[in-house]
Each structure stands twice: as C-alpha cells, then as structure tokens.
Design a binder for this molecule. Structure first.
Ligand code: SAM
Ligand code: SF4
Length: 474
C-alpha cells in the first residue's frame, strides 16, 4: 500500500502536535457530497487505496439515506474482499482502578468517592489470568488507571506475571496494554516485557473539549497525550493502537482526527497504527452528563462503515461496551477484533455475578455473554473465531507487517492460523455442541482452499492438534 501524503498546514515531525482544528473544519465544511463523488470514493477504497481527509469528509457529510446505504454496502464489500471471515478474540483485564485524573466521564475519576479502589495483588492477578485461560483466552489487554504506582516498572512486572501463568494447556500468548502515556524510557521498559500493542485513546481531538473533560491530573495535557505514540515509536514500540471516545464532541470531527493521526504516524514512522478503537460513551458511576454529545446507533453504524472505507487495512476493535445486536451488525463492516466473555470489574473474572457493579468498574458494559456464547454465535454467522498471536511472535509487526499485501496476507497467514487456534479452543475448552459446529466450519473453510499442498500441510497440523500438540502456526 502506497502512502501519498497530503499537504497539511502543520508538517509532521516526531513528537510535535499535528492536529489543526481549523484545517479539519475547513475540509469538513468544504466537502460537498453527490452521488458520483461518493461512488468514486467507495471505488477508490475498494481498489485498496486509503482515503484522503477530503474523501473521508465527503462520506461523513453524506446524509441522503440512499448514499448512506451505498456507504454501508461499500464497507460490507470491502470486508468480504479484504478480511474474509476471521474475527480475532481477546479479553480486557483491569489491573487497578486508582487514578489521579478526573476525566468527567469515567468511573475511576479521582473525585468519584463511591468507586472502591483496589489493585490486584500478584496472587489475584494470577487467579484472574487462570480464569481467563480456563475460558480459552490467549490474548489479553491489560488496563490500568493513571497513578504513580502504575509506572513503567509496575506495568513491566504485571505483563511478565501474566505471560508466566500457565494452567493446564492454557497460556496467554499476547499481552497488549491500555495505559497512561509514558516517556520514552518508560515505553522502552514496557517493550522489554514483550508487549503486543500499546494502546492509548486521545478521547477527543478537539482541544477545548479535551481541556473541559480533563480538568486536572497529568491527563490535562492534550499535547503530551497526542504525542504519546510518537514516543512509543521512538522507544521501538512499532505496534500501536489509537482511539477516540465517541460522545464527547462532534463524531465527524473525531473521525477526521483519527485519520489525521494515522497520516501523522505513517508520515513520520512509515507505519500506521495497528488498530483503531472507537469506544462509545457508556454510563459510569460519577459521570457528569452536561456537554456530552451522544452518538446515536444510526450515526455510530455509519461512522464505523466510513472508518472501514477510510483505512481499508487497519484493524478495527469493537468492545463489549456495545450490545450484541450492534456488534453483530458491525462485524459485517470489517471490525477485525472483539472482546468476548468480558468482565471489567476489578477481580471480576473469579466472581460469580455477571459483572455489573458500577462501583468496581470504569463504565457499564452491554454484552455480558460468556466467551463460549460469543464463539457459538460467530460460528453460526459463518465467521471464524481466531486466537492467533502469530504475527508479533514471528516479527511481522510495524513496517514488516505493512510490506504484505493484506488480502494475500490474510489468506496465507490469518485464515489458517485462525483455523489452528480455533481447533485448539474446540479441543480444550468448547462445550460439545460448539465443538461440533466449529469443526463443521473448519471443514468447510478447508474445502474451499485452492492450494492443495498448503491444504495438506494444514490438515497435518490439525491432526497434530487433535493428538495434543499445541501452538502451531504459520
Ligand atoms: N487510564 C488510562 C487512560 O485514561 O489512558 C487507561 C485507559 S481507560 C482505563 C480506557 C478507556 O476507557 C479510556 O481511554 C476511555 O476512552 C474509555 N472510557 C472511559 N470512560 C468511559 C465511559 N464512561 N464509557 C466508555 N468508555 C470509557
Ligand atoms: Fe483515570 Fe483513565 Fe478513567 Fe481518566 S479515563 S479517570 S485517566 S482511568
């Protein structure tokens, strides 16, 4: 994929602010959608080109229901052509909810006295990871409040502990992080622990809104947060995730901000973010509701379709903040990763309560289904659940990852690795009915493969898995 830089008012330089609000509004205000233009832009995306800020603005400004339908249809087509059937599964694991910031939308905010503050002890952390392994998880994202006790060394230690927990055939093969921004040395330390993705959400790319929602604590510095992933890259972390919290400011502006962030990382580091997240604001204890700009279901669905077209090759993450019916719809637009069996209460994976105690969690979630139910439903929809962690363990990250043409890459690596990791899950953790349906799906996928040698090789690996061998991948 070739990156063609656009001419921006602010030049892209490492660790320098790259958002110009005036510019984003100018592009949005000048975008005039018409049928032909929208169709041309959709075709551009389907022919594997990333969209410019202007192209994206045209899609964002399209209100005509017929055009909106064409945009959604474009996203569906793109998903089919590029992504195939695989959906990567992970679980979030909250390590601690102490926080010195006061984000007005978050249950962990420092002034929320009803939040029960706690940090998992080593033993509790191990218990949580064992419970997640018992459910079949292989990929976790560790989440932390912002507090001096959750410094780079602490993050390093907790990641190391998680990697060392092995229960029966269970193990966590990829630990991602969502935590406060660090300095370059801090990012270096965390990298040493062998993390997968470092994820930080800007929350809002609109500075005045940012200042309002983050009145105190280190998070009040917009620029420090905006340049966090530059420092991560400088420290050698080339696998990063960006995101915006939808519901704080105009959703169209935030999509433009996300895209400008992608362009910045590509311009400076030659590699865009591995993933984009688009959490939508949920209820939380202590939340302040004035000045929120809620995004409706229709707008949210449109937004994800536009994001898919704008960055055809970037992973999109959708979490259990959204209810199952919205998640199912959005899977058809090329969301590539979802969480399953999620419980965001601190210590919640070993509690038998279906996880909704707002005083122990950051916000309310809307999809409480156990992992086995999520997998069952994916299989019923003909989608292929995957626990693959192959890329980062074989060095296919950052620029090396970008070298592959995505559709060919998915066929060669992602699809077969999804089959292998699903087979492990079916052997070790699935209820009998899910196991049966899962193997039917695997058989169907393999029958459709056209390379006979590759097919035979995959079938041999599957036999090895059935006889007890684990962790086979391409
Ligand atoms: N404390 C770190 C930070 O702020 O960067 C870690 C992230 S926080 C634990 C994870 C993310 O949850 C935040 O970046 C924010 O986007 C999201 N979040 C916070 N409050 C939320 C709410 N009420 N509804 C939905 N998402 C929320
Ligand atoms: Fe703390 Fe993060 Fe919540 Fe803000 S979003 S209060 S920094 S945990």
């Amino acid at each position: 994929m070739k990156f063609t830089p656009e001419k921006y008012k602010i030049e892209d330089r490492s660790q320098e602010v790259f958002i110009d609000e005036g510019e984003i509004w100018e592009i949005l205000n000048n975008a005039r959608p018409d049928k032909q233009k929208v169709r041309d832009i959709i075709s551009k995306s389907l022919s594997k080109s990333r969209l410019s800020l202007y192209d994206t603005a045209v899609l964002l400004k399209s209100e005509d229901p017929d055009l909106v339908e064409e945009i959604k249809e474009g996203a569906r087509k793109l998903k089919e052509q590029v992504y195939g059937k695989r959906i990567v599964l992970f679980a979030p694991l909250y390590v601690g909810n102490y926080c010195i910031n006061n984000c007005r939308y978050c249950g962990f905010r420092s002034t929320n006295k009803s939040q029960l503050r706690t940090t998992l002890t080593v033993e509790e952390l191990i218990n949580q990871v064992e419970a997640l392994e018992d459910a079949g998880h292989k990929r976790l994202i560790l989440v932390y409040g912002e507090h001096p006790r959750y410094n780079a060394d602490f993050i390093y230690e907790t990641v190391k502990i998680v990697y060392n927990v092995k229960k029966w055939r269970g193990e966590i093969r990829r630990v991602n992080i969502n935590a406060a921004p660090l300095d370059i040395d801090g990012f270096r330390r965390v990298k040493e622990a062998g993390i997968g993705t470092y994820q930080i959400f800007q929350e809002t790319y609109h500075k005045e809104t940012y200042n309002y929602f983050h009145p105190s604590g280190p998070k009040k510095y917009f620029d420090w947060r905006l340049t966090a992933l530059d420092r991560a890259q400088e420290a050698g972390i080339d696998d990063v995730g960006i995101g915006a919290l939808f519901g704080l400011y105009d959703w169209r502006f935030e999509v433009m901000g996300l895209l400008r962030h992608v362009n910045h990382l590509e311009a400076v580091y030659n590699v865009g973010p591995h993933t984009i997240s688009f959490p939508r604001l949920q209820n939380a204890s202590g939340i302040e509701r004035n000045r929120l700009m809620p995004v409706s279901d229709d707008e949210f669905i449109r937004m994800v379709a536009i994001l898919r077209l704008a960055v055809p090759y970037t992973g999109l993450i959708l979490t259990a903040r959204e209810p199952a019916h919205i998640r199912n719809q959005l899977l058809t637009f090329g969301v590539s990763q979802i969480d399953g069996g999620t419980n965001i209460e601190i210590g919640g994976y070993t509690r038998d309560n279906n996880g909704q105690n707002l005083d122990l969690e950051q916000f309310e979630i809307n999809d409480n289904r156990p992992l086995s139910d999520v997998i069952d439903e994916l299989i019923r929809q003909g989608l292929l659940p995957s626990f693959c962690t192959s890329c980062y363990r074989t060095g296919r990250t950052g620029e090396h990852f970008m070298e592959f043409s995505v559709p060919g890459f998915i066929k060669r690596f992602c699809q077969p690795n999804a089959i292998l990791t699903l087979a492990e899950y079916l052997e070790d953790y699935a209820p009998a009915d899910v196991k049966e349906k899962g193997y039917q799906l695997i058989d169907k996928e393999i029958r459709q493969m056209d390379n006979e040698n590759f097919k035979q090789n995959l079938l041999q690996k599957l036999e090895l898995i059935k006889s007890g061998k684990r962790d086979l991948y391409y």
